[in-house]
Design a protein around this ligand. Structure first.
Ligand code: PSU
Ligand code: MN
Length: 310
């Protein structure tokens, strides 16, 4: 018998089978986003936060060509420490798998694998979206079109600050992807709690979020639900600091001709170095907040499914 195309760990498979709460986590955040050795600490801490909240973490990535839902701590350590590891979005998955390589999965690839494994909730930092200047370059993250056809729920602090946020929100509308603020009607801006854009809907509890997810499923809709969870204002990057560094980061990317899938890691790294690690602390705070909220939403969703079956 051939090996299954996707490996699901025993813990995750059991939790999915019994309807226990599970939270998916991406790997690009520690393979391409955070610097060593902090990347590994943050990846393991996110798992711990989810466990402490009573849910099962499922960190997702490609290990030795095996797309894996529920990487072990040892596997996460190896991926965190691999130089020039592939950034695997959905189109890369078959290639990275067939060639037996390691890959850090983006939001798109992670959402796809989580959904295939029956995991319904996914926590990340910031989503991909429409890059600045996309009307010329066509650089729009595959996160967008993937989420349009992947019925999962993603808790993020908005899209990454380096993107054209207004254009990304327009694309969410076109792609029928609902965006709900958690405790806010202002769309968060990843490093800042308010991107300057307004949202039409907000919820104030994990139970309310779970109702929207169940409603999406009952209607037979296949779009992801996006729950936008802002960083606390007291912990955000000061907006004037962000505006200033963004302007210089974009200019430097243009000057060096950085594009394609290197754009996001380049810009985030520029911001990290330029702010002397200040943005890194915000990035980590954002991620912790999203992991904790995701565990609560997964728990509410699991309780709701139990009631429906009773
Ligand atoms: N975090 C990082 N670097 C990244 C990403 C996250 O520090 O590259 C990934 C996310 O997983 C997101 C993706 O899905 O970048 C978006 O990049 P692109 O625009 O190339 O799709
Ligand atoms: Mn791109």
């Amino acid at each position: 018998m051939s090996r299954p195309a996707i490996h699901v760990s025993g813990d995750v498979a059991r939790a999915v089978e019994t309807g226990a709460p599970v939270v998916a986590l991406e790997s690009t955040i520690f393979t391409h986003g955070l610097p060593r050795p902090r990347n590994l600490a943050v990846a393991l801490e996110a798992e711990e936060l989810i466990r402490a909240a009573g849910a099962v973490p499922a960190t997702i990535g490609v290990y030795d060509g095996v797309p894996t839902v529920g990487l072990t701590a040892e596997q996460i350590a190896v991926l965190s420490d691999t130089d020039d590891i592939d950034k695997a979005s959905l189109r890369d998955l078959p290639v990275v798998a067939a060639l037996g390589r390691h890959g850090g999965t983006t939001v798109a690839a992670t959402a796809y694998l989580a959904n295939r494994a029956g995991v319904r909730v996914f926590a990340t930092g910031g989503l991909g979206g429409v890059h600045r200047g996309a009307s010329e370059t066509f650089d729009e993250s595959a996160d967008l079109t993937t989420l349009a056809g992947t019925p999962i729920t993603i808790i993020s602090a908005g899209v990454k600050s380096i993107l054209d946020i207004g254009a990304t929100l327009e694309r969410f509308e076109t792609l029928n992807i609902p965006v709900i603020g958690y405790g806010t009607r202002r769309y968060p801006g990843f490093y800042v709690s308010d991107s300057g854009y307004e949202l039409h809907y907000s919820v104030n509890s994990p139970e309310e979020a779970a109702k929207i997810i169940s409603s999406r499923d009952a209607l037979g809709l296949r779009q992801a639900v996006l729950l936008a969870n802002p960083v606390e204002e007291s912990r955000q990057l000061p907006p004037d600091v962000l505006d200033d560094v963004l302007r210089r980061a974009w200019a430097e990317a243009d000057r060096q001709g950085i594009g394609g899938n290197a754009a996001t890691p380049f810009l985030l790294d520029f911001i990290q170095r330029d702010t002397g690690g200040r943005s890194l602390e915000v990035n980590v705070d954002v991620y912790r907040g999203n992991a904790a909220l995701a565990a609560k939403v997964a728990t509410a969703l699991s309780a709701e499914s139990d009631r429906d079956q009773a």
